[in-house]
Design a protein around this ligand. Structure first.
Ligand SMILES: [Zn+2]
Length: 178
């Protein structure tokens, strides 16, 4: 049994041994993410699979979490399902990170070391919706009432619509006839 990995990890070593593992992170421990959370609850399940992408140590995996966010439609907290696959290649410098193979995101790992928790937090922040909202208005409750228009009220007879859209041409015709 390997001893648990602590950040920062040696990405070269992990890639060379093609190490794969799962880890659970407490969401409230992520300082940047925490500001956007409606509740300090939940965790992120992360899968890591190290390998090599050409000469670069690389890592692919998936972040799965259900952070509590505030719905911008009804202002109630809800659990947002996040499933975000990632694929990164580590480079020693910014310059070298531009040369990672296609399909990989270049990540600078000074001295071949990277903080996995930081990587996970970045992935989570990227995966969160810009405007958090319940998947459908039907799931929203209370605070902001969404008046659902009665289809009978809004239905416009096809005849009416036609007359409306033809009016400009009708007056144009009048003008031309003069
Ligand atoms: Zn809502």
């Amino acid at each position: 049994m390997q001893k648990p990995l602590t950040d920062p990890v040696d990405v070269g070593l992990l890639s060379a041994s093609r190490t794969a593992f799962r880890r659970t992170y407490v969401l409230a421990d992520f300082e940047r993410l925490r500001d956007g959370l409606a509740k300090d609850e939940g965790s992120a399940e992360v899968e890591f699979r190290f390998h090599a992408a050409n000469e670069f140590p690389a890592l692919e995996g998936e972040v799965r979490a259900r952070p509590w966010l505030v719905c911008q439609r009804c202002l109630n907290p809800y659990e947002q399902a996040v499933e975000s696959p990632f694929r990164v290649a580590f480079a020693p410098t910014e310059e070298a990170s531009a040369r990672v193979p296609e399909g990989y995101e270049g990540v600078v790992a000074p001295h071949g070391r990277a903080k996995l928790a930081e990587l996970v937090e970045d992935e989570l922040l990227l995966a969160l919706p810009l405007v958090p909202m319940h998947a459908s208005p039907a799931e929203c409750e209370g605070a902001v009432e969404q008046p659902t228009p009665d289809p009978a009220d809004v239905a416009v007879g096809p005849g009416d619509e036609k007359t409306e859209s033809q009016r400009p041409f009708a007056s144009l015709r009048e003008l031309l006839d003069r």
